[in-house]
Design a protein around this ligand. Sequence first.
Ligand SMILES: [Zn+2]
Ligand SMILES: [Zn+2]
Length: 181
Amino acid sequence: MKTIYLIPMGNIAVDIAQSVALCLWHTFGVEVKQKEFIEIPDEAYDRKRMQYSSIHILRMLHKSAPKEAFRILALIDKDLFIPVLSFVYGHAQFEGKVGIVSLARLRQEFYGFPEDRELLTTRTLKEVVHETGHMFGLTHCNDITCAMTLSTNIRSLDRKGVALCKSCTLLLKENMLEKYK
Ligand SMILES: [Zn+2]
Ligand SMILES: [Zn+2]
């Protein structure tokens, strides 16, 4: 049985983690194990940028990954970056074992609006499907309503759905049957 380990890092609400687990099971047809919260490594923090390096965290997750974990998805409440971009909503190794999604810029409070729990959950699920899709061999999609479309700002993120489009769904099915047996 293919299992995704879901790892909360920092302050991740239990109900959001549960929604994510359900969505992963529903979208990818895999077993999801919710793991204990783990500390965010201090070394991942970049003082100049005041953000956390997703590359650093992915490397750490990869190193400490249990063998039985087919894929590992972490949720974090800190802002993430990769060197060439000012920020990322999430980051995953293509067809790799580890991925991460940041909730920092998915909160309405980040944009000066009051908290909106439902919107935060929906945005989180979209990014979770996107990054997990990369781990299962999906690339960016031209359909702006598909979860695999690239979102570089919150507007384009809000425009897309939680679900995969027809062609991404087909490709995922193929990959699941042939590549990731
Ligand atoms: Zn992407
Ligand atoms: Zn698509």
